[in-house]
Design a protein around this ligand. Structure first.
Ligand SMILES: Nc1nc2c(ncn2[C@@H]2O[C@H](COP(=O)(O)OP(=O)(O)OP(=O)(O)O)[C@@H](O)[C@H]2O)c(=O)[nH]1
Ligand SMILES: [Mg+2]
Length: 422
């Protein structure tokens, strides 16, 4: 399954989208989503030979885009010597079969292409398990109607992952495999859970970087922490979470995490499979929503990310909107507001403002105080050292005077001993 890049690089695909009145925004195709499909194809290593956008009231029950249009696409495939057709819409197994018969080449849909990219790019064991799980979940309902694309062997877009022999075995076998993958993932999650608990115990706030794919999330993590992770101008460059410690100010350290990018029409199996990676969001104290200011579809993409944040983050988590790539747009193209930061991770502009905004946002829930504890509470000093950020400890005639930054829980416990709010 490895080493398919050469073959992928040779794939020549016609991209087809159907814009139907009865579709929701999630299902429909537009010029913009076809452009994005083209970028996804490029990430997968393929080459787009032609794009076709069809407007219809409803999809055709047999050929999806209508017989006439389907024949047109067939001619395009032949004229451009294309090796596959990729649809921007999600297709039923029946449609895939019918279309493959008409075109004479394999047909993939957007979800399958995204899964393929994930299969190519997932590096860690966890990432690989998640992708494999998503692939099986995608395949299971499609087993009966599988066409050429799934029975081909030898690699290429859409063929990485479960191979033919596995696919031909019965559903029960695949269900068992899904169960096995789920329990393996559960184990990986437990390890992550332990790491997270340790962080919470250390009382280091977690700041998660989220945003549309290619917005500049990894560039930001690199800029702030020197993490040195790859940041390339292609979709889904990052698939694994990387976390680094960041000193925001003299009395605030945070854990900063890069996450997988979001995209419109993300197959829901992938969201589910990536829940462990995206669990970072659930435990984050603050989200940095990185936005590509120069993106022509900025508003739509902000909405996609907002909606996923709504599903994945705990309610009420503060969000800073980071309008990145400010070097590419003029000042008036970026809104002004309390939770808005204008910045460029590429040039470094606006990083000071961002750090201040992070401190402010977290400061609301953290308390820099001096507490004076009676000597009978000596054990608490130990707790503070492990669970808070201790700045100074003084053993005085009045008691143990500790200057520290407390999280809301410790602050609540020690409120009566606070002698100074700093
Ligand atoms: N001009 C400019 N380019 C930037 C800036 N920040 C990031 N980029 C470029 O945008 C592209 C994407 O950056 P990444 O950091 O990989 O984006 P990402 O959000 O991590 O992308 P995925 O991991 O693919 O979701 C790269 O080519 C970066 O060099 C910026 O402030 N200005
Ligand atoms: Mg990235």
């Amino acid at each position: 399954m490895e080493g398919n890049f050469d073959k992928v690089a040779q794939e020549r695909a016609v991209l087809v989208g159907l814009n139907a009145d009865c579709f929701t925004a999630q299902q429909t195709a537009t010029e913009q989503t076809l452009e994005e499909l083209d970028a996804l194809l490029e990430t997968a290593g393929g080459f787009c030979t032609a794009k076709v956008l069809q407007n219809r009231h409803t999809p055709d029950s047999h050929s999806f885009i209508g017989e006439g249009k389907a024949l047109e696409v067939k001619m395009l495939v032949e004229a451009t010597e294309s090796t596959m057709v990729i649809f921007d819409n999600e297709l039923s197994p029946g449609h895939i079969r019918a279309l493959e018969e008409i075109f004479g080449v394999p047909v993939l849909d957007r979800s399958a292409l995204i899964l393929d990219i994930f299969a190519q790019r997932a590096k860690t064991r966890e990432g690989r398990l998640q992708v494999e799980l998503a692939q099986y979940q995608y395949l299971l309902p499609r087993l009966s109607g599988m066409g050429k694309s799934l029975s081909r062997q030898g690699g290429g877009i859409g063929t990485r992952g479960p191979g033919e022999t596995k696919l031909e075995s019965d559903r029960r076998h695949i269900r068992e495999r899904i169960h096995r993958l789920q329990s393996e993932l559960e184990q990986v999650r437990q390890v992550r859970g332990v790491q997270r608990e340790r962080r919470i115990k250390n009382s280091v706030p977690v700041v998660a970087i989220v945003g549309y794919t290619n917005a500049g999330k990894s560039t930001l993590l690199n800029r702030l922490t020197g993490a040195g992770i790859p940041a390339n101008n292609r979709l889904f460059d990052t698939l694994d979470t990387t976390s680094r410690q960041l000193r925001v100010s003299d009395n605030l350290d945070v854990i900063l995490s890069d996450t997988v990018g979001f995209i419109a029409k993300l197959p829901h199996h992938l969201v589910n499979a990536f829940r462990a990676t995206l669990e970072e969001l659930e435990y984050a104290d603050l989200l940095l929503h990185v936005i590509d200011s120069a993106d022509p579809d900025r508003q739509e993409h902000i909405a996609v990310v907002d909606s996923l944040i709504g599903k994945l983050a705990k309610p009420g988590t503060p969000v800073l909107r980071c309008f990145n790539k400010a070097d590419l747009v003029s000042r008036e193209d970026i809104p002004v507001g309390e939770d808005v930061v204008r910045m460029s991770a590429g040039t470094g502009e606006g990083m000071e403002d961002l750090l201040k905004a992070i401190e402010n946002a977290l400061g609301h829930s953290r308390h820099h105080v001096v507490v004076t504890l009676p000597y009978s509470m000596g054990g608490m000093v130990e707790t503070l050292h492990t669970s808070a950020q201790v700045i100074n400890v003084d053993y005085t005639g009045d008691g143990i005077v500790v200057e520290a930054v407390l999280d809301p829980i410790l602050y609540g416990k020690l409120k009566e001993y606070v002698t100074k709010e700093c």
